[in-house]
Structure formats: C-alpha cells, structure tokens
Ligand binder design. Structure first.
Ligand code: ADP
Ligand code: MG
Length: 344
C-alpha cells in the first residue's frame, strides 16, 4: 500500500466520547468534528427517530404526545440500548461518508456501565461500521485530554463531572490505581433546582430551564458578588405562567446536597490513595474535567474541603474526546495498553 493511501485510510479512524449529556467525535488527523447533545427525538407511534443531537435537545419538554425526546444514556448507564445504537450510527455516518473504508474506533464510555453494556456498545459500533472498536475508560481519556502525564510513575488525580456520572480516578504508570464513580453529576444538580423551586415557590420548571438556571446562577462556594435573576415556570396552584426572583445564594442552597456528594466522592478516592501518590497529588493538584467542572466556585469548594490545589483543565467539555483522540493517534505505537478489555 502506498503511503498516501495509508494516510487516507488512517484519516478515517475515529474516537467517540459517548457521554450521558454530549457525544463528541474526533477523526484521526483532523480533531473534533462533531459535538452534539446525546438526545434522540422519536415518533413513539412508529419508533422512528425524527431528530438527533441539538435539534432533538431543543424539543425536550416541548413535544406533542406522539414525539418523545429520549436521552439514551441517562443516569450514567444505557437506559435505552436500541436508541443508543441508532444515535451512535447516525453520528458515525455523519462524519464517515465513505462506508467502504471501515474505520478503527476508540469509544469512551461511562465507567459505571456493566461489562454486558460495554460489549453491547462495542457491537453497536461495529454494527454501525467500525472495523474494530476499542473501549477506553472515561477517567483515563479525561486525564490524557487534560494533559496529565499518565504514563509516568507519578500520581495524577482527575475528576470528570459529566451529566450522569462523576468519575474520580488516580492514575499512575498508565493504569487506574484508585477510583470512584458516582451517579451524581450535572443532571442531579438540575433535578435539585427543580425540586427546590417547586417546594419554595410552587413553581414547575422544565429540565432545560433548570439547566440554564444552574449554568447562570449555580455555584458551590460563596461568590464575590451574589446575583439575583428572574426565572419563569408554571404556577402549580393556578396552572398559569409565573415569574419569580431568585438569587445565587438560593440556588447554591438548592444544589448543596448533590454538590456535597461530588465532594465526598473526591474525598473517598483520596482516602483510598496510597501515600506516595497522595503526596504527588498534593504537589500536582487535582484536575477537573467535564461540563460540571464549570460550576462556579467548585474549585474553591474542593480546595477548602480537601486541602489540595485544584485546577480546571483547559477544555473541560472536550477533554475526554481529545484524550480518546490522542489514544487513537498513538494506537499503533503504544498498542492496547490504555484500553480496557470488554470483560473488565
Ligand atoms: P457527559 O460527559 O456526561 O456527556 P459533559 O462533560 O458533556 O457530560 O457535561 C455536561 C454537563 O455539564 C451537563 O449537566 C451540563 O449542564 C453541565 N454544564 C455545562 N456547562 C456548565 C456550566 N457552565 N456550569 C455548570 N454546569 C455546566
Ligand atoms: Mg463525559
């Protein structure tokens, strides 16, 4: 095979970050080419998907009864395998126009999923056109994407806070030494806001509004300047639209319980970390990735509770895709060492 032909084939290999909130696709030699919410809108009468990704996410809470906006990976596990497979296939086909060249694929999945689900994802990818699908553990991919020296004999701690799960891991010499995966992450914060506003104001908020409130007003630590803002929902007493005024203090109180669970997951992992590696982390700090890392005041909160230096990685929403992509770029030289076996 000529060099140019080989390069052409190589260019088709891809890495997929199958996240509970967002799916990203990285194509070898090109970088991230797709970044869409992990949502599928389905016609429940026919079972046919009507929209996938951003278009489907816009429909959440706005669909007539025969359309359902489904998140196939809710709560850190594959809630709907069939839809998950359809979504994966749709995304792969969108970036992989030439079907006769079967790409190799690296797929990053939440580490909370079972061995059976892992194999199923692998099969779905192969069914969708992959020649071979390698599975990479999410915290490993996040750590690589955050630029941590995972192959060195030094302790690296990564905390990846996604939509459905928070993954905490200590990595040294290319392996995970201690880890913790909890099903508390961005979605739980949204839910906590919905519950709080319902209880305090008898106001019903949609999922998407709650997420916006979290992003604009949510925090895990007192802010230098606390803000107030209006939020709109449906009055549960009158059934009519209503606007209330809330504050960053109030939203912080609303999300306190899930935030505390995330902080606990970090503490528990630190507690399980061998002393030499803990000393390395004391020096290098804990690195945050995933969309949840953008919650205001989270670094301050974690620093206060763990005494460790905390830093948010450069592209928290893309770290896993970048890391999976990097593993893909190096797949020929390093082989399979970063990938986990399906039975793991
Ligand atoms: P996943 O890997 O599970 O797909 P992501 O890493 O893509 O998840 O992160 C998505 C989560 O991050 C969502 O819950 C989203 O609401 C949350 N998020 C995104 N931006 C922010 C922000 N600025 N502040 C707080 N949470 C955020
Ligand atoms: Mg993720």
């Amino acid at each position: 095979m000529s060099d140019s032909m080989f390069r052409d084939l190589r260019g088709r290999d891809m890495a997929v970050d199958l996240g509970t909130a967002n799916t990203l696709v990285y194509v070898r030699g090109r970088g991230i080419v797709l970044n869409e919410p992990s949502v599928v809108a389905v016609n429940v009468k026919t079972g046919q998907p009507l929209a996938v990704g951003l278009e489907a996410k816009r429909m959440i809470g706005r669909t007539p009864s025969y359309i359902q906006a489904i998140r196939p990976l809710k709560d850190g596990v594959i809630a709907d395998f069939e839809i998950c497979e359809k979504m994966l296939r749709y995304f792969i086909h969108r970036v992989h126009a030439r079907r006769w060249v079967k790409p190799r694929m690296v797929i990053c999945v939440p580490s909370g999923i079972t061995g059976v689900e892992r194999r199923a994802v692998q099969e779905a990818a192969e069914f969708a056109g992959a020649r071979k699908a390698h599975i990479i553990e999410e915290p490993m991919a996040a750590a690589i994407g955050a630029g941590l020296p995972v192959q060195e004999p030094t302790g690296n701690m990564i905390v990846d806070i996604g939509g459905g799960t928070t993954e905490v891991a200590v990595i040294s010499l290319g392996g995970i030494v201690a880890s913790q995966s909890v099903r508390v992450a961005g979605d739980e914060l949204d839910d906590a806001i919905i519950q709080y506003i319902k209880k305090e104001y008898s106001l019903a908020l949609g999922e998407r509004t709650a997420e916006e409130v979290k992003i604009t007003l949510g925090s895990a630590w007192a802010l230098e300047e606390e803000l107030t803002a209006e939020i709109r929902g449906r009055d549960l007493v009158t059934g009519l639209p209503k606007t209330i005024i809330t504050s960053t203090e109030e939203i912080r109180e609303a999300i306190e319980e899930p935030v505390a669970s995330i902080v606990d997951a970090v503490k528990v992992t630190l507690d399980k970390t061998p002393p030499e590696l803990a000393a390395d982390i004391m020096e290098g700090g804990i690195v945050l990735a995933g969309g949840g890392a953008l919650l205001l005041g989270l670094p301050e909160r974690l620093q206060a509770e763990t005494g460790m230096p905390i830093r948010v990685c450069a592209n928290p929403l893309q770290a896993v895709a970048i890391g999976s992509g990097q593993a893909l770029e190096e797949i020929d030289s390093i082989g399979d060492i970063l990938f986990s076996s399906p039975s793991h």
